[in-house]
Design a protein around this ligand. Structure first.
Ligand SMILES: Cc1cc2nc3c(=O)[nH]c(=O)nc-3n(C[C@H](O)[C@H](O)[C@H](O)COP(=O)(O)OP(=O)(O)OC[C@H]3O[C@@H](n4cnc5c(N)ncnc54)[C@H](O)[C@@H]3O)c2cc1C
Length: 386
């Protein structure tokens, strides 16, 4: 069908989802135009975990080598009990290549987005435009007319909303209201390695599970930086991302945790806060010549560290459907049907993992007993080829 796509497919949003979609389309010979609302393509200053399914997607998108250059390859996934300070489990990562055909790695988000951006800039079939806030679209059955708040109007044979959790495209396409506020808040910061106590500078992805809270830390940029994320239950709600967090509220929520957790948290003066939201899974997120990808289609809590991974998998599936279908409409109908059970499972499982990490009392003891037996096979549903 790609022969029929002679004009650029428009993608709203230039995050990991939008840029992956542009690359996946280009790999199959289809041109695209990415419209990003911000003045520059930018990610937040924080880390991202990339499981083996993400690495297989990066490989297919043609950016695996560049991504490896900016990644840190930890030795293990570790869970600590943040009340007793004991290690609950350590899953060595050395066997991941053999079992899953790809590694587990960590990267600075800005570095990863630059990998995507460089690849897009090097690709003649991709055009990138910034300061373009998509405000509406109209599908007349042959073309989609896309309008921006800056007064631009574009015509495209197919339109993809990759505009994230608060997606404008989803608002018009599905109209299912605002995302669900989970009652969980994340504070994020990045520490310089010299500010992290030496015994806590572990070459591992470490999760400290605690009552109604947890903390994650891991190295970035060859160990120069450490990513720190503290997540806890809170009724406080402030819409949107990237607001400043209140350290007093944070410390109050971690008062039952051990000295190591408190020590790490005390190292940060300035936090950014995220109000964590998701949605119920849906089965169909396309209509006619318009579809969604990534967080716009299936926003999820971060407890399985898979939002970006799902967006990359979407991109590859979407491009394949367009390549192999007889019409845009048929491709856009087929694509969510191939994806929704997987993305829905990750959306729902992420909620359960949140409960699991934040367990208290008897639940906490049972959780620790269960996690001790964690195996590669227990992760296979997520990391194996979808
Ligand atoms: C605390 C936290 C930790 C996480 N950790 C991980 C992790 O370790 N691993 C992982 O895989 N995922 C993780 N995630 C999830 C991951 O960050 C997201 O799922 C992923 O970034 C979604 O990508 P996206 O491109 O769909 O959306 P976004 O990254 O939100 O990108 C959307 C883009 O669209 C632009 N945009 C929005 N509206 C418009 C508009 N109307 N017109 C034009 N442009 C628009 C935005 O400016 C933005 O650039 C985490 C999330 C959180 C909150």
């Amino acid at each position: 069908m790609k022969r029929l796509i002679d004009r650029p497919i428009i993608i709203a949003g230039g995050g990991i989802g939008g840029l992956s979609a542009a690359l996946a389309l280009a790999k199959r010979g289809m041109p695209s135009l990415v419209l990003e609302q911000a003045a520059e393509f930018k990610e937040v200053g924080a880390g991202i975990q990339l499981g083996p399914n993400c690495w297989r997607a990066l490989r297919e998108l043609g950016v695996e080598d560049a991504a490896k250059k900016v990644a840190v390859f930890p030795e293990a996934l570790v869970m600590m009990d943040s009340i007793t300070s004991e290690q609950v489990v350590s899953i060595p990562l050395g066997g991941f290549e053999k079992r899953f055909g790809a590694p587990y790695a960590l990267a600075h988000r800005a570095d990863l987005l630059n990998v995507f951006l460089d690849a897009c800039k090097a690709e003649a079939k991709i055009t990138l435009e910034t300061s373009r806030h998509v405000k509406s679209f109209a599908d007349d059955g042959e073309n989609v007319h896309v309008a921006t708040s800056e007064g631009h109007v574009y015509d495209t044979p197919a339109f993809i909303g990759a505009d994230g959790l608060w997606s404008t495209v989803r608002g018009q396409l599905i109209g299912d209201g605002r995302p669900r506020v989970s009652g969980h808040i994340s504070y994020r910061s990045v520490l310089r390695a010299e500010d992290v106590p030496e015994y806590l500078r572990r070459w591992e992805m470490v999760l400290w599970a605690g009552p109604k809270c947890h903390m994650v830390h891991y190295p970035l940029r060859g160990g120069e930086l450490f990513n720190l994320v503290a997540t806890f239950h809170s009724n406080r709600y402030e819409e949107g991302w990237n607001a400043y967090g209140d350290p007093a509220e944070l410390h109050e929520h971690y008062k039952e945790t051990c000295a190591d957790v408190k020590l790490m948290l005390s190292k940060i003066a300035a936090w950014r806060m995220w109000v964590l939201c998701d949605r119920e899974p849906i089965k169909m997120w396309s209509k006619g010549r318009v579809t969604l990808t990534g967080d716009a289609a299936h926003p999820m809590l971060q407890y399985l560290a898979q939002g970006a991974g799902m967006a990359m998998e979407d991109a590859l599936c979407l491009a394949k459907c367009l390549d192999e279908s007889d019409s845009v409409e048929a491709a856009f109908e087929a694509y969510p049907l191939k994806r929704y059970l997987r993305t829905g499972r990750v959306q729902l499982a992420a909620r359960l993992y949140g409960e699991f990490y934040h367990a208290d009392g008897v639940r906490r003891e049972l959780r620790n007993e269960y996690v001790k037996h964690a195996s590669y096979e227990g992760l296979a549903w997520l990391y194996d080829q979808p």
